[in-house]
Design a protein around this ligand. Structure first.
Ligand code: SF4
Ligand code: SF4
Length: 433
């Protein structure tokens, strides 16, 4: 690889700039420790910054996330690398690691970009917008999303035709197609793994028809339709743009299901589906919303009351696992399911189906370390060596885990876990000084 080699040292390397990574970074930096935060995406904030509201309080998710991410971006004790990846971590002494970090090119000089979006307006290439979960398009020159942090344009070089339209309009001449990956060698004393989770890919369950039927969408696609920064001004089914009257949720899509090798509960799907159902009742007061479930696991503070509230609002709950989804000529979906309480197989028709997809481990985490073994649990999440007394400790001394890298959890638990990881890292740093 071409590119400059740069050297620097930090107290802690945090991998992952979602809500857990940001929380851990702020805790460490506010205690005078030098932090390098590496995020592979173009913006920090993780999945939380893209959500509509949080359960069970229905507070605006972005309103909670944005002050935190902007504090991370501006904090003098935090060096932030977005669009960057950790390639290798090697232990060089008992409390020192050498990390190789690669900053991928944005093809925009970050310091000079004003975020004016003129390049975006001028660019003629339209591709699917991954931040809007492919519901709409974006340009090849783009700001990732409206509240991205940092708010800097990037060129999607895989789809760019090099037509030069963006360069012509950029007022600061900051588009630079000559950029190359830059490699950094950094020395760190501790590492916090905040690499988060992956969403289950419903293409793995062809019987639900995702990818085949346009009106079967994922819960993340519905989340974007409900968010303040949503792509449309209302809820639309993708097949024909109709406002749906009858919406079905299929819980445990890819969770508690050994046939797709994910037998564990994803812990958040029941509650985010109940939240979305409540928001839908607000957005589309005439619509019917039905949730098909195996069990409702409303275990957290205020969760059971939130579930009861949804029932009181008129959300239908049917205990039944969906066997198959098929499409009618008018684009409606037929759901075949067992009504578990009645012990009979039934069919029902809905305008639109939302698959409440589960949580999978981000397996990249284990590949970082070259002369230490990072142990994983049987479900490929980071193994917590002492999950009761010291839940942030991993199998490697000086490496701590924060948030969903250790298993499925909701946002408050992720933030608590990040607090624990940063406290343990601080304790370790003080002890080794
Ligand atoms: S050079 Fe690429 S990014 Fe710029 S306007 Fe043309 S297609 Fe879009
Ligand atoms: S790259 Fe240039 S045109 Fe695009 S947002 Fe930045 S300053 Fe504006």
């Amino acid at each position: 690889m071409q590119g400059r080699i740069n050297h620097a040292s930090f107290d802690t390397l945090i991998i992952g700039g979602g809500i857990a990574g940001c929380e851990a970074a702020l805790n460490l930096a506010n205690n005078e420790f030098k932090v390098l935060l590496v995020e592979k995406d173009l913006s920090i904030g993780g999945k939380m910054i893209l959500l509509s509201k949080v359960f069970p309080t229905l507070d605006c998710s972005a309103c909670i996330t944005t002050p935190k991410v902007s504090e991370v971006s501006r904090h003098p004790g935090i060096m932030l690398f977005t669009g960057s990846e950790v390639k290798k971590i090697v232990r060089i002494a008992y409390n020192n690691f050498d990390a190789t970090v690669v900053k991928n090119p944005r093809y925009v000089i970050a310091e000079d970009c004003t975020g004016c979006q003129l390049c975006e307006e001028a660019c003629p290439v339209i591709v699917r917008d991954q931040y809007q979960m492919d519901l709409v398009g974006r340009k090849a020159a783009y700001i990732p999303f409206i509240i991205a942090s940092p708010r800097i344009a990037a060129i999607d070089i895989e789809n760019c035709t090099l037509c030069g339209a963006c360069e012509k309009v950029c007022p600061t001449n900051c588009i630079d197609f000559t950029q190359e990956p830059e490699e950094y060698q950094v020395t760190v004393k501790t590492v916090v793994l905040a690499t988060g989770f992956k969403l289950f890919d419903p293409l793995m369950m062809p019987r639900y028809g995702y990818g085949l039927y346009k009106n079967v969408i994922t819960s993340m696609q519905m989340e974007r339709q409900l968010a303040p920064t949503r792509p449309f001004n209302t809820i639309l089914r993708p097949g024909d743009g109709k406002v749906p009257d009858k919406i079905a949720y299929v819980l445990c899509t890819g969770s508690r299901d050994a046939t797709v090798e994910n037998p564990i509960c994803s812990q958040i799907c029941c509650m985010y589906s109940i939240k979305q159902a409540q928001l839908l009742m607000g957005a589309l007061p005439m619509a019917d919303v039905t949730i098909y479930y195996i069990n409702i696991r409303s275990f957290g503070k205020g969760f059971e009351e939130f579930y009861e509230q949804a029932k009181g609002m008129g959300v239908n709950f049917i205990k039944g696992k969906i066997g198959r989804i098929s499409e009618k000529e008018n684009g409606n979906m037929m759901l075949r399911y067992e009504d578990i309480n009645k012990g009979i197989v039934k069919e029902s028709e809905h305008d639109m189906v939302v698959l409440s997809v589960g949580v999978l481990a981000n397996q990249d985490t284990a590949t970082f370390f070259s002369n230490d073994e990072l142990k994983l649990d049987p479900f490929k999440f980071v193994y917590q060596v002492d999950s009761f007394a010291s839940p942030a400790r991993t199998s490697i001394d000086g490496v701590f885990v924060a948030g969903t890298a250790s298993g499925p959890m909701d946002i408050p638990d992720s933030i608590l876990s990040a607090g624990a990881a940063s406290s343990e890292a601080i304790g370790y740093l003080i002890q080794k000084q």
